[in-house]
Design a protein around this ligand. Structure first.
Ligand SMILES: Cc1cc2nc3c(=O)[nH]c(=O)nc-3n(C[C@H](O)[C@H](O)[C@H](O)COP(=O)(O)O)c2cc1C
Length: 189
């Protein structure tokens, strides 16, 4: 199982959680790619990115939750890299069977992502467009790994999320029978 981790954080220098997660997997057997560092001018090398997708089995998109979605460069990546004839449409089955994992950090606390909470919807519901994207690409949308309330994480909890993240993305046996049904999460306890 070859894993590609695509990190999309517009300001890694100021990041606490995404940086800790990156550091936790730096020594793992994964290909680590920080999109904002690779493409500071926003010009994505589509052929290179498609080649990387082809040569890996599990794709992890690690990013902060931005307006219930992804940071702009990652949206641009979806728009430009997941092309017709490659990822979907006629002949577009090149990503078929590969795994898609969302690894997300949320400023909002877990109870806010519930019916009645101030964010109104669960992260699972809010991630539907991304799940649908994976589905159209014939990819297996695995249970997202989500950390909530990250602005107030203690050093211990930060270390715990990072270790849990490392374990999660290196687990070879994520449930393949129920893609999109599971919802792994980490919250302060
Ligand atoms: C433009 C912007 C939009 C954000 N949108 C959300 C959001 O929709 N939901 C949420 O829980 N947090 C949101 N946040 C908070 C970030 O998710 C949070 O700062 C980030 O996950 C912290 O991770 P880091 O320590 O790696 O920077 C937003 C932050 C910014 C700057």
């Amino acid at each position: 199982m070859k894993t590609l981790v695509l990190i999309a954080h517009p300001n890694m220098g100021a990041s606490k959680v995404n940086r800790a997660w990156r550091d936790a997997i730096a020594e793992s057997d994964v290909t680590l790619r920080e999109l904002y560092a690779v493409y500071p001018n926003g010009c994505i090398d589509v052929a290179k990115e498609q080649e990387l997708l082809l040569s890996h089995d599990r794709i992890v998109f690690q990013h902060p939750f931005y307006w219930y979605s992804v940071p702009p460069l990652l949206k641009q990546y979806f728009d430009e890299v997941l092309t017709y004839g490659f990822a979907y449409g006629e002949g577009g089955d090149k990503l078929s069977g590969k795994e898609w994992i969302e690894a997300i950090t949320c400023g909002g606390p877990e109870p806010s992502y519930q019916v009645g909470g101030y964010n109104r919807y669960t992260t699972s519901e809010l991630l539907r467009p991304i799940e649908a994207t994976a589905n159209l690409c014939q990819m297996l949308f695995r249970a997202p790994f989500v950390a909530y309330g990250v602005l107030r994480l203690s050093a211990e909890d930060l270390a715990r999320t990072a270790e849990a993240y490392r374990k999660y993305i290196s687990d070879p046996n994520l449930d393949i029978s129920t893609p999109g049904k599971l919802f792994a999460k980490f919250s302060q306890s």
